[in-house]
Design a binder for this molecule. Structure first.
Ligand code: FAD
Ligand code: NAP
Length: 335
């Protein structure tokens, strides 16, 4: 393990933003992390944890010590007729985990195929896609507090999971290194095809196996989303807003075609649809543009972090002015 100075971060973020870390260290154990933490303490520097960089907007200069947890082992903790419990290190690639599980006959993650990033970040925003959230399969999250260096072992309940939220983005933001996640996966090949594109395919082709479903998800995602290695992006830039029933009724009378999903806590409206209605698809704000086919995605054509944030602000302001809805940004600032 070495701690390097002035490290270029462009290849460590899917927006392709030019950025430099004051220091950076890649660690494979808690012991190594503690050595880095001691260096940071003695130098008066903050520690910033980075995964695969697919959900961050980097500033030009990232101060302190950027730490990546690189260990990527899987251990089978228990196995019975109905389910397995596995422990996966934070450095394991997320999509590889989904495909590895399916190969073993362990189900539950298939709708989350082809999401970029590493396992350690999955609980941070409770990743979700196509009607499944990772919290449904998480049993424990393990890690270490950055300030005290004490280890923690949270149950899923203690993680405070909500829609694209968790305690790691709230009260514990900036104070944890997640080192491993325990997943309970089913051996029963039941599938969730509740989302329209999957439901449509199931009607045409019959109910898929979990592995087939993962491939459907991969195909749909490839057809709808720009791939970061071709068009640098951070996925959906804004969360879908959940608005009150009263606000929804006001809006739907103006926009009868507005898609919406009723939830216990209100009505979810696709942010992509709101942005698209403003004619923003393909619109450029300097070096950053709204993707031509997917209005929720901002594509970076060589801009800096501030350019990305400027484009995001323009979109947010237009949505606020037009619909009275305050969009919330999904990618975290990494400064
Ligand atoms: P990073 O971007 O490196 O970090 C994200 C945050 O987590 C940062 O605040 C970081 O400090 C923190 N973090 C990372 N690792 C750790 C750790 N080990 N311990 C503590 N904190 C940590 N997201 C979805 O939910 N659903 C999708 O369908 C989806 N699709 C996407 C499609 C594309 C093309 C892209 C580019 C992104 C997409 N995302 C999606 C967003 C992103 O991939 C996920 O949020 C992913 O989990 C981020 O993982 P990462 O390792 O890249 O995290
Ligand atoms: P889509 O199918 O065009 O649908 C637009 C939005 O409507 C989705 O974001 C989804 O919300 C919501 N939606 C659709 N069907 C729904 C249903 N049956 N019940 C409740 N809500 C429904 O979406 P897309 O942009 O192609 O993305 C497909 C899935 O991948 C979505 O789940 C999306 O969240 C996920 N995704 C996430 C990211 C990211 O960076 N976070 C990037 C790409 C894709 P939800 O987002 O709440 O599911």
């Amino acid at each position: 393990m070495s701690i390097q100075q002035n490290v270029p971060l462009k290849r460590f973020n899917t927006l392709g933003v030019e950025s430099y870390a004051e220091y950076m260290a890649q660690v494979t154990s808690i012991e190594q992390f503690k050595e880095v933490a001691e260096f940071a303490r003695l130098s008066g520097l903050k520690i910033k944890v980075l995964g695969g960089g697919s959900n961050v907007v980097m500033s030009e200069a990232v101060s302190g010590v950027v730490v990546q947890y690189k260990s990527a082992q899987i251990a089978l903790l228990s196995d019975d007729n109905a389910q397995v419990l596995i422990r996966v290190d934070a450095g394991f690639n997320w999509h590889d985990l989904v495909m590895h599980s399916l190969k073993q006959g362990w189900y539950g993650l298939e709708n989350l195929a082809f999401i970029p990033g590493l396992v350690g970040a999955a609980p941070v925003q409770n990743i979700g896609a196509y009607g499944v959230e990772v919290k449904d399969c998480i049993q424990h999250v393990h890690g270490v507090f950055i300030d005290s260096l004490e280890e923690f072992h949270f149950t899923a309940e203690e993680c405070g999971f909500e829609y694209r939220e968790s305690i790691f983005k709230q009260a514990l933001e900036g104070n944890v290194l997640i080192t491993a996640v325990d997943f309970k996966l089913s051996k029963l090949p039941t599938v969730n095809v509740s989302y329209a594109p999957l439901d449509q395919m199931a009607k045409e082709k019959g109910v898929p196996t979990p592995l087939e479903l993962a491939h459907w998800v991969i195909d749909v995602r490839k057809s709808k989303l720009p791939q970061p290695d071709q068009l640098p992006n951070a996925g959906s830039f804004f969360k879908n807003p959940v608005i009150t029933l009263e606000m929804f009724e006001g809006l739907v009378s103006r926009y009868p075609a507005m898609p919406h999903y009723k939830l216990d806590e209100g009505v979810k409206v696709p942010a992509g649809w709101l942005i698209d209605q403003l004619g923003f698809k393909g619109k450029s704000f300097g070096p950053v543009s709204v993707h031509k086919q997917q209005a929720l995605v901002l594509v970076n054509h060589g801009g800096k972090g501030v350019d990305v944030l400027h484009a995001a602000d323009e979109v947010k302001q237009a949505v606020l002015d037009h619909y009275g809805i305050q969009l919330e940004q999904e990618p975290r600032l990494f400064a």
